[in-house]
Unconditional design. Structure first.
Length: 324
């Protein structure tokens, strides 16, 4: 089978398209013929050696796959050959085939195609748990969502609406991206590439600030977002796409009883009950049309390096997908 791997950290050029032995499923494993692979900022951070946890070399990236069951282990009871499935995995997704434990697979419902299904696991589960589990979003609250036209952002806007948020303030770096966020359900739009966006947020909230903020840019954007929080406001940090780590003084949170909360999806994945319940809920929203996913582009697996360049240019809208 073909895979994408890298043997050293660096730019997109370190990605290699090579041939490896097809895996054989263990007793409790399912061999999945991959039909779609999700691309994420975590993949580029892994490639650069900048991920939250160490990345061993050589490494096959890819944490989201959707495909068809090609073979089942002797003790597998939940799946049969030919079933359509989706999964969130630690690594190894940039490949023609993956062998996965049956407990990590979720059946894809009718009406949801492979590209839609693969756009959901990492970014959908992240948006869900950032808003609900970590952010504790309550009906009527105001939420600020950065990069609202991106993979997590566009889903978070829709889920915030489904969860009963009052004002949904979406930020992005261009008018085109803001229009996309509006189409997803954002009630207010702010271009954070322009000076004075903090004042816009304060005007929208009548100087009260936001109850919940989703932040994954890092650096100065983090510090500016902190200034947008209302009393008892929560800021959930789930990345640093700018490559800059933010610095702040924790004591400044005390005056208004504010919180800064970290989010790392693998911790959610270690709770199977929590993971499966939320994944099924998301697939249900998608199957009924309440949740719509934007596929920003679909590319052959061999073009993974170019897709990484596109993602890091921050000019794309929606989910980027690879096809084996």
């Amino acid at each position: 089978m073909k895979v994408i791997t890298f043997e050293q950290y660096g730019g997109p050029e370190v990605l290699q398209y090579i041939e490896q032995e097809r895996p054989t499923p263990g007793d409790n494993e399912v061999l999945v013929e991959v039909k779609a692979i999700g691309i994420n900022y975590a993949d580029t951070a892994r490639r650069e050696g900048q991920y939250v946890v160490p990345t061993p070399l050589p490494y096959v990236p890819g944490s989201e796959v959707a495909g068809v069951v090609a073979e089942v282990g002797s003790k597998v009871t939940k799946f049969q050959v030919g079933m359509r499935v989706s999964a969130l995995i630690e690594s190894g997704g940039y490949a023609d085939f993956v062998a996965l434990d049956e407990n990590g697979l979720i059946p894809i419902p009718e009406g949801v195609d492979f590209e839609q299904a693969v756009a959901l696991p990492l970014q959908g589960l992240s948006a869900y748990h950032i808003l609900k589990t970590m952010g504790r979003l309550a009906p009527g609250e105001t939420v600020l969502i950065h990069a609202a036209a991106g993979g997590v952002g566009a889903i978070a806007v829709q889920l915030a609406k489904l969860f009963g948020a009052g004002k949904i303030i979406a930020t992005a770096s261009s008018a085109e991206k803001l229009e996309h966020a509006k189409a997803m359900g954002a009630t207010h739009l702010v271009n954070y590439s322009k000076e004075g966006w903090i004042d816009e947020v304060k005007t929208i909230t009548d100087n009260k600030g936001v109850d919940l903020a989703l932040e994954m840019v890092g650096g100065e954007v983090f510090n500016k977002t902190l200034k947008c929080l209302a009393p008892f406001g929560r800021l959930v940090i789930f990345g640093a796409a700018s490559g800059e780590q933010a610095e702040f003084h924790p004591g400044q949170l005390m005056r208004k009883n504010q919180s800064v909360i970290g989010f790392f999806l693998p911790q959610i994945m270690r709770n199977p009950e929590l993971f499966q319940q939320s994944f099924k809920e998301l697939l249900g929203y998608m199957a009924t049309g309440q949740l719509k996913l934007t596929i920003g582009g679909s590319y052959p697996l061999a073009e993974a390096a170019e897709v990484h360049r596109l993602l890091q240019s921050r000019k794309t809208i929606g989910k980027l997908v690879l096809r084996p």
